[in-house]
Design a protein around this ligand. Structure first.
Ligand code: ATP
Length: 277
């Protein structure tokens, strides 16, 4: 008799995560398991706890209860820079860009902490060149290579978003956290963003917090809906977006209305994330 294949180990395993601010519970007993390469969206009304959840995963905030496990290692008490080196990358709601530096320098700098010989690697011209070339390659993947020498402050909001993304991809992350990447983008920039995110390697798992339901439907194969800090629904994108409880949670806002018509074709490509508890 052949043994059944072992279930794929999750890249991220959140167990009973809870964060309280005084008597207010922002994230309440959230458990979630994501397989490698997951494309998972976290949605929910304003104040539902989405950004707090990302903070708990990235380590910029600590839970009162529960654990964050990355690739089998408990990182709950690890500092953000250590989690970053272990493979958690993040792109913020407001792109983090150093305006005085060139576009290329921004990405080169973001990559230093991930360089295997980062202490003093900059003193070796060949290593420095190699590092800069890989930064340039990342700029190419987001369409910014022609602007590499421009000061970053000359970029449009959409271009800054792409630069922030290129910086987040330094160090070949295992898990990419995206906090409202489509916020403030024009339709053209959203199309570009969808192209870049859609072409990310399958080795990178993505958690996307996003209010644009069309972006969620296009990119995510699974969705968790948070409401008042708790998991309301988790499942394949189409089912989650059309769940009547989601409409109730949004109380007739645009997201719930768009969910009624169902996600466009293309959603639901990756195997379902599992939730526990
Ligand atoms: P939005 O969609 O508006 O960005 P969100 O779902 O990301 O909302 P969070 O930013 O995670 O929500 O906030 C969840 C709740 O926790 C909110 O009511 C917020 O006011 C509260 N909160 C977040 N951070 C703190 C803090 N440091 N101290 C007190 N309350 C906080």
């Amino acid at each position: 008799m052949t043994a059944a294949p072992a279930a794929e180990s999750p890249v991220l395993d959140l167990s009973a995560l809870t964060r309280r601010y005084g008597s207010f519970t922002a994230v309440d007993d959230v458990s979630l398991r994501l397989p490698p390469g997951a494309r998972h969206a976290v949605i929910g009304p304003n104040g539902a706890g989405k950004t707090t959840l990302l903070n708990l995963i990235a380590g910029t905030d600590r839970p009162d209860h529960g654990t964050v496990v990355l690739d089998g290692a408990d990182v709950t008490r690890k500092a953000p820079h250590r989690r970053s080196r272990l493979g958690i990358a993040r792109s913020f709601q407001h792109p983090v860009v150093i305006g005085e530096l060139s576009v290329l320098d921004n990405v080169t700098l973001a990559g230093w902490p991930h360089h295997p010989r980062r202490r003093g690697a900059w003193r070796s011209p060949s290593r420095y060149r190699e590092h800069t070339e890989s930064a340039l390659a990342r700029l190419e993947t987001v369409g910014l290579a022609p602007l590499a020498r421009r000061p970053a402050h000359t970029l449009s909001h959409g271009q800054r978003r792409m630069l922030d993304l290129a910086a987040a991809l330094s160090g070949a992350p295992r898990l990419l956290l995206l906090d409202e990447p489509a916020a403030g983008l024009t339709d053209v920039d959203i199309e570009r963003l969808l192209g870049v995110l859609g072409a990310l390697p399958a080795s990178v798992a993505v958690i996307l917090v996003e209010h644009h339901v069309e972006v969620v439907a296009e990119l995510a194969s699974t969705v968790t809906v948070l409401a008042a800090g708790r998991v309301l629904v988790t499942g394949p994108t189409r089912e989650a977006l059309t769940d009547p409880r989601v409409r109730e949670a949004y109380n007739g806002t645009a997201a719930a209305t768009a969910a009624d018509s169902g996600p466009p074709a293309g959603a639901g490509k990756v195997a379902a994330a599992e939730t526990r508890g």
